[in-house]
Structure formats: C-alpha cells, structure tokens
Design a protein around this ligand. Structure first.
Ligand code: HEM
Length: 369
C-alpha cells in the first residue's frame, strides 16, 4: 500500500482549515509509526494538564505560520531609534547603546539562572522549576557565556571610539543632557547580582562593613556605593541631577534586588559549592575572567571613548553629560572595583587596572597628537 507523504497530508489539512478531524484521523491510519508516537506524546502532555489534544490540534490548524519578522519583532525593534537631532552619527550612538543594553540583558539572564541553580525543563518542554543544587560544570559554562558577551562588547567598542565624528558628537550630546550611560540600571544590576554588595561600596568605606550582611546594612551601603560618590560634588555634598533622577526612578528596585541577592549573588553561589568544586581551576578562571571583563577591560574601552570625545588637549576637558569628574571616576585603577577579591592576590589587587589604564591612556594621547 502507498503511504501518503506526511507533509502533503498536513498541508492539505492546513489549507482546509475547517477540515473535519474525523477524516483527519482516518487518514492518519496511513501515518508512519513515528508520527503516531508523536501524537501519543502530545496526547499525554495535554492529558497531564487536563486538556484535550483535539482542541489544541484545532488551534494548530488555525494558526498562521511563524515569520522571521513577527517572531523577532523586527518592526518594533527598528522603530526604537529616535534621534533628538539631525546629526547622522547620533543614530550610531543610540544603536550601540541599545546593542549594549541587549548584551547586558543576556548577562543578567545567565546570572539569574545561576543564582537559582539553573532551570529544569524536561525534553517534552515541561518546566519543572529550579534545580535543587548548582552543578560546578553548569557554573563554569554559564560564566563563560557571560564572559563571551562582555568580550564581544569590549572588542566592539571601536564602533564608538573610532566610529563617530567628534565634531558631530560635540553638538548632538548637548541635546541629551543630563542623560548618561551612568543611568544604565542593567549595569548596576549586573554588579549587584555578581558580588556581595560590600564590594560596590566606595573603596575607603569598605572596611567599615564586616560580618553578616543584613537588609538594613544594604540600605546604608547602597547610599555609599562607589557610583553615588562619583556623582556627588565632594565639597558641597550635592548630587548631580543625573544621579538624582536615577535615584528617583530606580532606588526601590535596586535596593530590593540587593536585598534579595544577599544570599544568592554569584559569589555566594560559589561559596555554596563543595571545597573540591571551589578549588576547580576552570571555575576560578571563569570568575576571574568575569571580574576582569566587567571591572577592567570593558571600563577601559569605555574610558577610551571618553578620552576621545571629552579630552581637549588645548583647553580644559569637556564636562560629561552626567557631570562626574570622569578622568577620576572612569579609570578602574581609581575605583578598584573587584567582585571576587578572595580570588586575587594582594599584589594583583594593588595593581588593579594600572598597567592597562596607563597603556590605554598614553596610546590615546598619541593618537590625539
Ligand atoms: C562616545 C561614547 C561615550 C562616552 C563619551 C561616554 C562617557 C561616559 C562618562 C563621562 C561617564 C561617567 C558618567 C558621566 O559623568 O556622565 C560614563 C558612564 C557610563 N557609561 Fe558611558 N560613554 C560613552 C559610551 C557608552 C556606551 C556605548 C555605553 C553602553 C551602555 C555606556 C555606558 C556607561 C555606563 C554603564 C556608565 C557608568 C560606568 C560606571 O559607573 O563606572 N557609555 N560614560
């Protein structure tokens, strides 16, 4: 007996959306065994949910096929670039920031899964919730994903540093005041998810906080975060408008996140592992690489762009849109932000970002001459 091709049977049924299921199932008798098996699995899946397979098959017949543009929301995505001026380079500035925010979202996606031990989704698609324990292999693999995302960002920063006309930048940036990348909430969230909050406190106050971290300590430490200090006029104690606007929008959300992360930020997840797993070289390397990527390599590439567009060899440097003392605020050697101090020697911490930053700055100076 000749078997009808499954595709042609399906497309016949599809093109006659209102085909009766009686006929459909009669024709099914000619299906190959694998198709029966698939249907049986589907039946089990919906039975477990107390649902009726036939209705869902109806839904499948009614549905349109997926298209690239709908699935990826391409039209919406491409409508999100709204320059405030007519300078053509402003679009580059907007899009590269948006691309970066998407990468930040990818990093947060991994950090979130890690903090709950990874998701257990069965092969049949059933979501069984979070895993009970975190496997060291999974830890390494997911940290390496985060490293690749940051690596991509670090290596693409030339799009900013070399890819815009300084003259155009000088003009259109004035239309963005007082907005600044400083206000990227996802950047702050990555930091909060990555480490114990004490490591985000301005460096001279870190020694004041020791012992078990409590929720109220988080609130105090939050006030003394390195980035708030960077955006505060030291003499008067006055916060920049950029900071005040950011606080108004994000304080509750970020403090809430920091409280939730007291016990399950990435460092705490590391400490939960057995001693043997903690000593794994690949895991320590993945965490150290993440520390360097977020706290040295990306900040240095970013700093290059500030030098290129804000440094003026003939007069005073230009003020940034966020109003920090950017020459002191951005270089990693001044902030000494380190997510995993225990994984670095004292000497390495003392040298944090130093040789790199000097190289970058002098190379940048050379190209400006
Ligand atoms: C021409 C390109 C850029 C320049 C000149 C620049 C300049 C600056 C400056 C001066 C600051 C310090 C805050 C302030 O005073 O405004 C800053 C902070 C920041 N910018 Fe940029 N930026 C550029 C591109 C980017 C891009 C593409 C991103 C991606 C999202 C970004 C994200 C950030 C973040 C997250 C901070 C806070 C860093 C921290 O707190 O350590 N910036 N930027």
């Amino acid at each position: 007996m000749r078997l009808p091709c499954v595709n042609s049977l399906y497309s016949r049924a599809f093109h006659h959306k209102f085909v009766s299921f009686g006929n459909f199932f009669q024709e099914m008798e000619t299906f190959q065994p694998e198709i029966y098996e698939q249907i049986r699995k589907l039946k089990d899946k919906y039975a477990t949910l107390g649902q009726d397979l036939e209705s869902y098959l109806d839904g499948l017949l009614m549905s349109n096929t997926t298209t690239y543009w709908d699935y990826l929301n391409v039209d919406a995505l491409l409508a999100l670039q709204q320059p405030k001026t007519d300078f053509p380079d402003e679009k580059i500035f907007i899009m590269y920031h948006q691309v970066t925010e998407l990468y930040f979202k990818l990093v947060l996606h991994e950090l979130e899964q890690l903090s709950f031990n990874g998701r257990n989704v069965l092969r049949n698609g059933e979501d069984k919730g979070w895993n009970e324990v975190l496997s060291a292999d999974y830890f390494v693999e997911r940290m390496m994903r985060c490293n690749r995302y940051f690596d991509a960002l670090t290596h693409s920063f030339g799009i900013m540093v070399e890819g815009m006309e300084p003259e155009q930048f000088k003009q259109y940036r004035m239309a963005l005041l007082p907005a600044s990348g400083f206000q990227s909430a996802q950047y702050r969230k990555i930091e909060i998810c990555a480490t114990d909050f004490i490591n985000l406190v301005e460096k001279d106050r870190r020694s004041l906080y020791s012992g078990t971290t409590t929720g109220s300590m988080i609130e105090e430490m939050f006030e003394y975060s390195y980035w708030k200090k960077g955006a505060t006029e030291l003499a008067t104690g006055e916060k920049t408008l950029t900071l005040r606007m950011f606080e108004k929008k994000y304080t509750d959300e970020l403090v809430g996140l920091a409280r939730r992360k007291i016990n399950n930020n990435i460092w705490q997840k590391y400490l939960e592992l057995s001693e043997e797993d903690q000593n794994r070289k690949d895991l320590q390397l993945a965490l150290r690489a993440f520390d360097v990527n977020v706290n040295v390599n990306w900040p240095l590439e970013h700093y290059k762009s500030a030098v290129r567009y804000l440094h003026d060899k003939n007069s005073e440097d230009k003020a940034s849109t966020g109003g920090t003392n950017w020459q002191k605020y951005l270089p990693p050697r001044f902030q000494k932000r380190v997510f995993y101090p225990t994984l670095w020697s004292e000497e390495e911490q003392a040298e944090w970002g130093k040789s790199w930053v000097e190289n970058v700055f002098s190379k940048q100076q050379e190209t400006l001459r």
